[in-house]
Design a protein around this ligand. Structure first.
Ligand SMILES: CC(C)(COP(=O)(O)OP(=O)(O)OC[C@H]1O[C@@H](n2cnc3c(N)ncnc32)[C@H](O)[C@@H]1OP(=O)(O)O)[C@@H](O)C(=O)NCCC(=O)NCCSC(=O)C[C@@H](O)CCCCCCCCCCCCC(=O)O
Length: 719
């Protein structure tokens, strides 16, 4: 796990060998300890170079080991011994030095980085802090302000930035290992005292207290209840105010708390969940490693509204040449201006030229004949989309992939309009599409594995986290959102206010509560969907009770609000009041309060006090229940898919792992019991009826979320 070689007469070369990222597993730590001891004892060795196999220095501690009891050499004494040794140790950083990997480099006396290497202390993203001396050594090396920023965000930086900050001593375009060996030969006789970072004093800025306090306020605001960023600030404070040894004690104590926390478990689960969703598979057995994607060099985007603009920007930014089509001249010009402005802003930030040569605008569908892939992003109207797909199948070359950005309409219906249903897939982006990381790739009944592979790989190229999902109304994300929104509406009928519901959800960790989110995206979006579904509008029979649809409870409040022209931020009022149309600051609206009182009186409803727990239980558990149903139906392949969708697409707090992980944390039996309780109280609300999968999991002793895929497979094969 660490290879030892004696080279150039006087240099010991120690290579970490634990593919794919040379993580510091117990075996690797054994290897390092043994090799360093050997080098320090060998009188013919005058200097040591530490590097990683396959051009990767080290990706940090082995995260998988955190799930069980830690064995093997402890990190801190191992690193302290390297630093205290009497022979210079040079870290040759290629690929990455992250987390424990960077901490390993920080205890070396010199650091040489390859120009393409990335460095960082991302422990905070795993619910931890850099507990192998990172919080104490980094501030001594680069000062408090830069350390605070790097440790609390977990940001990866380039070798060039690391050089500027003083983290590395040299950056090279050559083989970093060879450069480090030459470097080691030059410094082998130099004194080491000044090179031991732990022995240096921390340079504190004069306004230290204000800086720490200010950072704490910012971090708490961003953290939405996450505890690790707060601990990171406290650990850096310890570096600034305490001697090294005491600082290390603070670091260890805080790590002890974080290490065993539910948040750390959730974030570490989520790290692997993100990687698991890339390994997609279809019911046919086709999957990520047996299907080759087609290259996409030229694409077309149809429709230059909010979605089309964001998709165009993302494609161009990924190096794909795009023809953006919009039929109306006014919309075309407005879209063109916006797309170019965003691309120019992005390029300015990076200090490069905007790739405008990749971009063409047209008002004629015939201009897209030669593209490899089309993404339709017009208004959410089935008739319009059908007409476009019909045209696309006649103007596009025979092997062009036809994709739709629908947020929930039936992919199979669109595919059936074309003469090439196997080449139709959904690419459901989230607004704003150039910022949001999530992409649902929807496979229809006829979608070919190659079409799915191409959309998945294009999504990755565009910097998205692509999740393959099945075809059903709302796919995974919006399907689960329906019962969540429905419960929030019912809570208003029963006595809650929008701000009370939102406050409970925001305290839970959502960036925005359901009503503020709805105001932001526009209340007309859901209104249109409900009209299409025949739940409201002229298709509803006059004899139908306003609070019942097809024998089920229905909450018409959102429809009534829309009928008043209150469509959210864009109209200056929705569930909240804004200072102007397009305003952002939501204020409670006395009009809504009055409206709700009158509504309840009209329908003979008596308002009751509703507590935070009931709000959370009903909104979250109904959403989770639908997640179980999506798993049961095979629409989502595994709980990781659902969780990644919710964290990246719907701002579910990452430190809660995602809805399915959260259900496991709360206890599946409790989720089941609460759903049963609320379903008994509201028998006319089917979304509260516990799903079969949830019942079966509970009956099987509530296995951990990591085992659900196997369980679901077995459950399906027994049906
Ligand atoms: C490294 C990457 C940037 C590479 O990205 P890339 O896109 O190229 O590849 P993938 O992301 O797909 O990864 C490939 C493959 O590798 C797996 N993997 C990656 N990194 C790790 C890792 N660190 N450990 C394990 N496995 C890893 C990944 O899962 C993929 O495999 P798969 O099968 O899933 O496809 C990118 O991967 C990346 O960003 N990695 C994570 C980097 C990171 O976050 N590093 C920090 C790790 S945490 C750490 O280092 C902590 C240190 O500070 C040490 C602290 C010492 C703590 C000691 C414990 C003390 C306990 C005290 C408490 C006890 C209290 C008590 O109970 O008494």
């Amino acid at each position: 796990m660490a290879r030892y070689a004696h080279i150039k007469d006087s240099v010991a070369l120690i290579t970490l060998t634990n593919p794919p990222v040379n993580a510091l597993s117990a075996a690797v730590r054994h290897g390092i300890t043994e090799s360093v001891t050997r080098a320090l004892r060998d009188p013919t060795v005058k200097a040591v170079v530490l590097c990683g196999e396959n051009g990767k220095f080290c990706g940090g501690a082995d995260i998988r080991e955190f799930a069980g009891p830690m064995t093997g050499p402890a990190f801190v004494p191992m690193l302290d011994d390297i630093e205290a040794g009497d022979k210079p140790v040079v870290a040759a950083i290629e690929g990455m030095a992250l987390g424990g990997g960077l901490e390993l480099a920080l205890c070396c006396h010199y650091r040489i980085a390859h120009s393409k290497a990335r460095l960082g202390l991302p422990e905070v993203t795993l619910g931890l802090l850099p507990a192998a001396g990172g919080t104490q050594r980094l501030p001594r090396l680069i000062g408090i302000p830069a350390s605070l920023e790097l440790i609390t965000t977990g940001r990866h930086i380039s070798a060039q930035e690391a050089l500027k900050l003083g983290i590395v001593d040299q950056v090279t375009d050559k083989n970093a290992c060879e450069v480090a060996v030459e470097f080691a030969q030059r410094v082998m006789d130099k004194p080491l005292e000044s090179r031991r970072v732990s022995q240096q004093t921390v340079q504190c800025p004069p306004d230290l207290e204000a800086l720490l306090e200010n950072t704490m306020v910012q971090v708490k605001k961003r953290a939405r209840g996450a505890i690790a960023p707060v601990a990171c600030v406290k650990a850096v404070r310890a570096a600034a105010t305490l001697p090294y040894k005491q600082g290390m004690e603070r670091e260890r104590d805080m790590m002890g708390t974080l290490f065993n926390s539910g948040q750390a478990r959730a974030l570490q689960y989520f790290f692997f969940a993100q990687r698991a969703v890339g390994k997609w598979s279809l019911p046919s057995g086709a999957c990520w490693n047996n299907t080759k994607p087609k290259p996409v060099h030229r694409a077309a985007v149809i429709g230059l509204g909010t979605m089309g603009r964001g998709i165009t920007v993302s494609l161009v930014a990924a190096g794909v040449s795009v023809v953006a089509v919009e039929v109306g001249e006014k919309q075309l010009q407005a879209g063109k201006q916006m797309v170019m402005a965003i691309l120019e802003r992005q390029a300015q930030k990076k200090g490069v030229a905007a790739p405008l040569d990749l971009l063409r605008f047209s008002n004629n569908l015939k201009d897209i004949g030669g593209v490899d892939l089309v993404i339709e992003a017009v208004f959410e109207d089935m008739a319009l989309k059908k007409q476009i797909f019909k045209e696309l199948s006649s103007v596009c070359k025979i092997d062009t992939l036809l994709c739709t950005n629908t947020s929930g309409l039936d992919i199979d219906v669109l595919a059936s309009i074309t003469g090439r249903p196997q080449q139709v897939v959904g690419m459901h982006f989230f607004a704003p599409a150039h910022m949001m990381k999530l992409l649902e790739v929807v496979h229809g009944r006829h979608s070919s594995p190659e079409a799915v592979a191409t959309a998945m790989s294009l999504g990755k190229k565009m910097g998205k986290v692509s999740v393959a999902v099945g075809n059903c109304p709302g796919f995974v994300g919006n399907r689960m959102l329906m019962p969540y929104v429905e419960q929030a509406n019912f809570l208003l009928e029963e006595g809650a206010t929008p701000e009370q519901v939102d406050q409970a959800l925001e305290e839970f960790g959502f960036a925005m509560g359901v009503f503020r989110m709805s105001d932001l995206s526009g209340l007309d979006v859901g209104w249109r969907v409900r009209k299409e579904a025949g739940l409201t509008g002229p298709s509803v029979a006059a004899t139908e009770s306003p609070r019942k649809r097809q024998g089920r409870r229905y909450g018409p409040i959102a429809d009534l609000i829309c009928e008043q022209g209150r469509l959210g931020q864009k109209t200056g009022c929705g569930w909240y009041l804004y200072d102007r149309p397009g305003g952002r600051e939501a204020k409670p609206d006395p009009w809504i309060r009055r409206f709700l009182e009158e509504y309840r009186t009209k329908h003979g409803l008596k308002a009751r006090a509703i507590d935070k727990q009931e709000i959370l239980d009903r909104c979250l558990f109904s959403l989770i229940n639908e997640g179980f149903r999506a798993l049961e139906d095979g629409i989502a392949a595994g709980p990781e898919d659902v969780d990644v969708i919710y964290v990246f697409g719907y701002s579910w707090p990452r430190h809660m792992g995602g809805p399915m992980f959260y259900a496991g944390m709360v206890g599946l039996a409790r989720v089941l019991e609460r759903l049963e309780h609320y379903h008994q109280a509201h028998p006319d609300v089917p979304s509260l009826q516990p799903s079969t999968l949830l019942r079966r999991l509970v009956a099987s002793g509530s296995p951990p979320v990591q085992q659900w895929r196997g369980f679901i497979k077995r459950m399906r094969s027994q049906l």
